[in-house]
Design a protein around this ligand. Structure first.
Ligand SMILES: [Zn+2]
Length: 147
């Protein structure tokens, strides 16, 4: 295997982070790199830290949605505005997360899976933020332990 690019490197980290998501419906991971391509951190979508879901919590796909903290929001809790340059996320940021990433001064955003309900492309154009698809998945592409 040849050397992977920086966006692929970030996406690989995001993919690994997504494997930690406890959401049975949508597992999203994200990674942040600084201006020297050093890893700031990784995050995934989930419930607030320390909160343990009561039995049945995950049964209702719609009801759970408003409680989920998106991977990008969790990621932004790891740095201050201007510290991160590159974000990779396994799913295109939703509109609210795209707004948040813009507020944090992110310059380049790479996503793997398209999210059609998102206004992220339009927001990226307006604010001149690079938003690009990176179709890179480490391992064999499955989310879960690799044999
Ligand atoms: Zn979001």
């Amino acid at each position: 295997m040849s050397r992977i690019s920086i966006p692929e490197y970030a996406m690989a980290l995001a993919h690994v982070a997504s494997m930690r998501s406890e959401d049975p419906y949508r597992k999203v991971g994200a990674a942040a790199l600084d201006f020297d391509n050093r890893v700031i951190g990784t995050a995934y979508n989930g419930l607030a830290p320390g909160f343990n879901a009561p039995p049945g919590f995950w049964d209702d796909r719609e009801a759970r949605q408003k409680f989920m903290l998106h991977a990008e929001v969790n990621l932004c809790s790891l740095f201050r505005r201007g510290e991160a340059k590159i974000i990779a996320t396994t799913t295109m940021p939703c509109t609210a997360c795209m707004q948040t990433l813009c507020a944090y001064g992110i310059k380049e955003i790479y996503y793997r899976d398209i999210y059609h309900a998102s206004d992220a492309p339009e927001i990226a154009r307006l604010y001149s933020v690079k938003l690009e698809q990176v179709e890179f998945t480490p391992f064999d592409g499955t989310v879960g332990p690799v044999a």
